[in-house]
Design a binder for this molecule. Structure first.
Ligand SMILES: [Zn+2]
Length: 247
């Protein structure tokens, strides 16, 4: 039934004379792994650009060599070392207000410099804060260290001119027994719901979020099912950033 729900939503876009647009972000890249090869194969064949959030402290040359070979992977800065600095009573956060602003900024700058050394000019000046959260006052300071945009996970954007977010996560992080891929029906249901929010707020591109290192077979299969929808128009992060929507 969920496939029908997504089809219905796509028909509603068509009736409005709009093309549903989707962009793809993948997090936690560190090295060339079988899972990264699978992601590259899946998205490369479909000609989809992936904003690849790379953990600077752990990234290696094999990752850089692989990204250099495949033009559809666009590396960007995923914090510094994906270390939680929040107390146990709070949600995990690396770039929060738990440490001084100068320390947070210098850590991101360090990450950006290390990745620029690995990826060269192909590195996007974009920050993806680990766990999709960062201190509220950080965004206006990012330009000081050469970061021009950022991406989290929410429909609402506090800084729309420099923020393109993701809205649909292929993983269920709270599944009984640990993180698990969402079944195809559920993922398409959530994609339909996200497209409906976008449609009600200016038809902005919807962001799909993946974490290749933890995908199970269900996650890969559900992603393939999403890719089978020929009415979805895949766009780049930069394109998504240019679109104005929910603020
Ligand atoms: Zn992450």
């Amino acid at each position: 039934m969920s496939r029908r729900k997504l089809e219905t939503e796509l028909q509603t876009w068509r009736a409005a004379g709009k093309q549903p647009q989707v962009w793809w972000r993948d997090d936690d890249a560190v090295s060339l792994t079988p899972q990264l090869k699978q992601l590259t194969h899946l998205t490369g064949e479909a000609g989809i650009e992936v904003l690849l959030a790379v953990i600077p402290a752990h990234a290696d040359q094999a990752l850089a060599d692989h990204v250099g070979q495949y033009g559809n992977l666009k590396p960007c800065v995923h914090g510094w070392s994906h270390t939680n600095h929040a107390p146990a009573s709070e949600k995990k956060c690396e770039l929060g207000a738990h440490r001084a602003m100068d320390i947070v900024l210098s850590e991101i700058a360090r990450g950006s410099q290390r990745l620029a050394g690995l990826f060269g000019p192909g590195l996007a000046p974009v920050l993806v804060p680990p766990w999709n959260r960062m201190r509220d006052d950080l965004a206006p300071r990012l330009a000081e260290i050469g970061i021009t945009a950022f991406s989290t996970f929410a429909h609402k954007r506090q800084y729309p001119e420099m923020q393109a977010n993701t809205h649909v996560d292929v993983m269920d992080w709270k599944a009984p027994g640990g993180a698990a891929g969402k079944a195809s029906d559920r993922l398409q249901n959530e994609l339909a719901a996200a497209l409906a929010v976008s449609r009600a707020n200016g038809f902005y591109p919807v962001g799909l979020l993946t974490h290749h290192l933890v995908h199970d077979e269900v996650a890969w299969s559900s992603l393939s099912a999403v890719l089978a929808h020929t009415d979805l128009n895949w766009v780049s992060f930069d394109y998504a950033l240019e679109q104005h929507g929910f603020t």
